[in-house]
Ligand binder design. Structure first.
Ligand code: CS2
Length: 390
């Protein structure tokens, strides 16, 4: 597999020369400053592409070319937004950038309740606490009928938490769940927005009446419209799984399990309609057997995220060290390496360690933590290659 790295553009404190030193072979990035829904011009694409080339690297994967909410819920202006998306794809294709990761999660991308969960060895990782998330849903958002989505036992824990949670912790939950993730990934909510909860509720309301079936149909509509340009430029679209892989906040989710992925790949049976195999997202659903999914979908996988999780007895999950946990990354590396040695992979999320906090930390995207994980996976991949060449 080709070793790629998610880099956040010229402002990233982790610079391209640093990445060359640690053996990175390709860059995964996006035009983060362009607002969601607007065209990525050839000028802007070429400018970043040349910057990457001048550093002796190549732009391997776009992550992400974001899909606007109106495309997902099927709003009146979706055709215009898809036209813009197609123009951006054409401009990327002209520049020779041919792998595009995106997600189709309504409103919210990945969800965690804690960005600094301590391990006993002094490192930190991202964490999802079911009770805190339910608390956010029922007691902070006060979403109508939210309580019906949780068991009595889960609600009892929410009421217990309500007795002890501080105002500061509530603020932190809001910041973690809706500002840090959404501001950064989808651009829907920005740091400094006065009332993120109110904005978030407006966004959720856009999906009133959009069920799983409708969301699937909207994805199919989107894919059918963009496939001709993908065919023309040989662009592989790779959808990212839901994280975590089950419905949240009353929103439908359609990339959470084997059936979902089968549905998507069959609904538009074109090899350019592919998958980002995110082992971390898939592993945080107890229903998913990650190596089995990899074996089944390897031929339509166009990009791999190597990350692992452990699900704890209470349904909480923690991002695990890369060689541990439900991601089974060694087995996965074998499956993908055999199928396609050129497949781009990046280690996804790393623990926070050493003086990572000084590197302008985006949650999950530490320098030393990811470098450590990359070195581990590099060793695994080289061993596999060695075995295959015997
Ligand atoms: C990423 C996702 O940080 C992460 O968890 O894997 O945010 C991913 O970039 C998007 O879902 C892809 O659109």
């Amino acid at each position: 597999m080709k070793k790629t790295w998610r880099w956040f553009g010229k402002k990233d404190k982790i610079t391209l020369p640093m990445l060359r030193q640690i053996g990175v072979e390709g860059i995964v990035t996006a035009l983060h400053d362009i607002p969601n829904g607007e065209v990525w011009s050839s000028e802007a694409i070429n400018d970043l592409n040349n910057y990457i080339k001048e550093a002796g690297l190549c732009w391997s994967v776009v992550e992400s070319l974001p899909v606007s909410e109106a495309i997902k819920y099927g709003g009146d202006n979706r055709d215009l937004l898809i036209d813009n998306y197609i123009t951006s794809l054409r401009n990327l294709g002209e520049a020779g950038i041919k792998t595009v990761c995106y997600n189709f999660m309504p409103v919210i991308d990945w969800i965690r309740t804690d960005l600094m969960y301590p391990w006993s060895d002094g490192t930190f990782s991202l964490y999802f606490d079911k009770t805190r998330f339910a608390y956010f849903d029922c007691m902070i958002l006060k979403r109508e009928s939210a309580k019906e989505d949780y068991s009595k036992e889960e609600m009892d824990k929410v009421y217990e938490l309500d007795k002890v949670i501080t105002e500061h912790e509530k603020e932190q939950l809001i910041d973690t769940i809706i500002v840090k993730t959404q501001g950064f990934i989808n651009g829907n909510i920005k740091d400094g927005d006065k009332n993120p909860v109110a904005i978030f509720k407006t966004l959720l309301a856009l999906y009133n009446g959009t069920d799983q079936k409708a969301l699937r149909e909207n994805l199919k509509y989107f894919l059918e419209r963009i496939m001709p340009i993908c065919d023309e430029y040989d662009i592989n679209m790779c959808i990212h799984p839901d994280d975590p892989p089950y419905p949240v906040l009353g929103l439908p989710r359609i990339v959470s399990n084997r059936d979902d992925i089968e549905w998507i790949l069959n609904a538009v049976n074109n090899s350019h309609n592919g998958l980002t195999f995110c082992a971390g997202s898939l592993s945080s659903g107890i229903h998913n057997n990650v190596p089995e999914l990899a074996r089944q979908f390897v031929s339509r996988t166009r990009f791999v995220h190597l990350r692992s999780t452990n699900i704890l007895s209470d349904g909480n999950f923690i991002e695990a060290p890369h060689l541990e946990g439900r991601g089974h990354l060694i087995e996965l590396a074998c499956i993908f390496e055999k199928e396609n040695p050129l497949l781009p992979m990046r280690v996804d999320h790393g623990r926070l360690m050493l003086d990572d906090a000084d590197k302008g930390y985006n949650p999950g995207y530490s320098f030393y933590g990811r470098m450590y994980a990359l070195a581990q996976m590099d060793g695994v991949i080289e061993t596999i290659k060695n075995e295959l060449n015997r």
